[in-house]
Design a binder for this molecule. Sequence first.
Ligand code: TA6
Length: 286
Amino acid sequence: MPILDTIGAGGLPCLDLSNTFGTARIYLHGAHVTSWSPIGQRDVLWMSAYSHFAAGKPIRGGIPLCFPWFGGHPTDASKPAHGFARSMAWTVHSRSETTEHTTVVLALSDSAATKTAWPHAFRAELTLTLGRNLQVALTITNTDNAPFSFTEALHTYFGVGDITQTTVDGLKGAAYDDRAGGGSVARTDQETAVTFAAETDRAYVGINGPHIISDRATGRCIRVEKSGAKTTVVWNPWIAKSAAMPDFGNHEWPHMVCVEAANAFADSVTLQPKASHCCATTLTLV
Ligand code: TA6
């Protein structure tokens, strides 16, 4: 089954994967997965109709890669939110196909440009595997001669019929940082499942999942599994925050939810020289 080199939106190069289980698209820009459609199903991932597709700008939707920091830069607000990995050109490292999986690996290494933002030598590999489910894995290797620490996320946007009829489970009893409205309030999740009635921006640390997204408006359920990811972030911008984003349509917020496999806040990762760490998520339509 083919892995086709093609030109996507904005004239950006991408790879289109297809096999008996479905199709997926990944852009070399940001190693950004923008589409996953299991056979006979509509896309599981959400994309804004207003997304940029341009060098240096992140794509809005799909699976943005947040690295080497999650959220705002810890000390320098002039640096890009969620790090630089999602706005840089990656290269194709390898492709492979079996009867069960179609796999591509994209790579990004340190450069003069990355070192101005983050003074460390690293190699990042993004492995996309299309099979009965979708697996996305971000492996970071310390190629420097001193330890470094980073935070990261596979910032997955899921398409839903109506956020007000959508729930996310697997978080009951867990502590989280309520970041809605730009705040930071420590809370404990008392709900059987997260429901949405306003801007929702929650970071749960030390949580393994899995999580089920139940989209009652369409009857769809998506299982989100994580490995090497101790943080789960749940986000919907709601009305005001989405209206403030030029690459996010004013009427798009009811149709998406982010459930992110991450290592952020207290879950930051420290790597010794030559060590590697893999943060992965497996998405399954159930
Ligand atoms: O993961 C949730 C979050 O950190 C929100 O606070 C919001 O900023 C979102 O990421 C999107 O960030 P972006 O830089 O892609 O607009």
